[in-house]
Every structure is written in C-alpha cells, then in structure tokens.
Ligand binder design. Structure first.
Ligand code: GAR
Length: 223
C-alpha cells in the first residue's frame, strides 16, 4: 500500500506564482503532498481566484479584520486544523508570524525566500545582492524559526548574476528557480527524505558532488 500523501496548506499574500508551482506538482497523484487549502491574508490576493478555479479550497483571512496578531493567528490555526493540514507552506506570505504560531507549527512550517540564506534576509534582496556585487544569487526553502528568514535549510538553488542585471531581471531569473525549487523541497520534506536534526536538515537523498556553478562561467579569457 502506498504512503498517504501529506496534506499541505499554502499561505499567500499576492500573485501566488510559487503557490501555482506547488499546485502543479501536486496534480501528480504520486507526488508526496496534496494541497488541502490555499489561504491569503489579503482578500484581493490574485492567487486566490486562480486556486479556487483549480478546485482547491480557498480562504481569505483579512488580517486587518482582527484586533490582534494573536487573534488572526488563532483563526488561521483553526482553519488549518479544520482542513486537516500537516505542513504549512509560506509562498510570498508577507506577514510576520508570532512565537505562538511558529511554535505550534514547529518543523511543519516552510518558507521560500529569494536569496541564498543566510545572505540577504528581509526585503529588497535582489537590489541588495546587486549592490554587493555578488556573482551568484538564488533562493532558499527552509523551515521557519521565529527570527525572520531563519531556520533549517531544506534546499537551495543558485543562479548567476549577469552583467547589466537589474533587480527585475535578476528577480525573474531567481523566481524561475523558485518555481522548480519549492516543489522539490516540499517533496523532500513530505516524503521524509529531508529530516530535521537539531537546527539543520539531514538529507536522505543523493547530492551530485560534481555540480558547480561558476559565475562568470569558466572559459578562457582572450586578450
Ligand atoms: C517570491 O519571490 C518569494 O520568494 C518572496 O516573495 C515572492 C512571492 O512571489 N518571498 C519573500 O520575500 C519572503 N521573505 P509569488 O507570490 O509569485 O510566489
């Protein structure tokens, strides 16, 4: 008998392109997670009607309608339990979560961030990466701890920074990698191939030791 798929929720605040990539991956019945519900803290989030049109349960929980953060998070927690959720995926969810919520979902709360953490936590990641002159950028999927953009790293993807890049062009390159990374990372977690061990993730998955990304690429410099 096959292992039951893990029930995942996706929390969004806006367009939800990462949510869409998770939903697409979950269409395969052999994939180890199913999307139980998509929840937005902004009722106007563009991703919500898209998810509903896919036949997925959706919920708009306007955080402004709650007197306190705790009240919002209690309602969110109740909705997650109601939907039988086992893993919560933040996908462009732009609201800080308090200790109460993070503790309740410890090791079952996942986030995607558009940088190679621990570099560039917070906002304006691509602008800051360009200002620092890094030659490799990327994205990270990690378990959530209380401090913003911290927690055990499940998987990362690297992309080159190209001469002439703007935050927009770099952002598009990183986002394309995000759309491939998040389904991969969630599958690792949901299948048990990524396990929490203290404050790091232990991988029961082969890693290609020969892969290296060089940026600029390795080619002879002709003078
Ligand atoms: C993504 O780039 C995601 O990594 C980022 O917001 C974007 C949401 O796009 N998240 C963060 O910056 C969280 N710190 P999406 O709504 O199209 O998935």
């Amino acid at each position: 008998m096959s292992t039951p798929r893990k029930r995942a929720a996706i929390l969004i605040s806006g367009r939800g392109s990462n949510m869409m990539s998770l939903v697409a991956a979950a269409r395969d019945p052999a994939w180890p997670a199913e999307i139980a519900v998509v929840i937005a803290n902004r009722p106007e989030a563009a991703g919500l009607p898209w998810a509903a049109a896919q036949g997925i349960a959706t919920l708009a929980l306007d955080h402004k309608a709650f007197a306190t953060r705790a009240a919002f998070e209690d309602r969110l927690h109740a909705a997650l339990l109601h939907a039988g959720v086992e893993i919560v995926c933040l996908a462009g969810f732009m609201r800080m979560l308090t200790k109460g919520f993070v503790d309740r979902w410890r090791d079952r709360l996942v986030n995607i961030h558009p940088s190679l953490l621990p570099a560039f936590p917070g906002l304006d990641t691509h602008e800051r990466a360009l200002r620092e002159g890094v030659k490799i950028a990327g994205c990270t999927v990690h378990l959530v701890r209380l401090e913003m953009d911290t927690g055990p790293i499940i998987a990362q993807a690297a992309v080159p920074v190209v001469p002439g890049d703007t935050p927009e062009t770099l952002g598009r390159r990183v986002l394309a990698a995000e759309h491939r990374l998040y389904p991969h990372a969630l599958a690792l977690l949901a299948s048990g191939r990524a396990r929490v061990s203290g404050e790091t993730i232990q991988l029961l998955q082969s890693v290609n030791q020969d892969d290296a990304l060089f940026s600029p690429s390795l080619e002879s410099v002709v003078t």
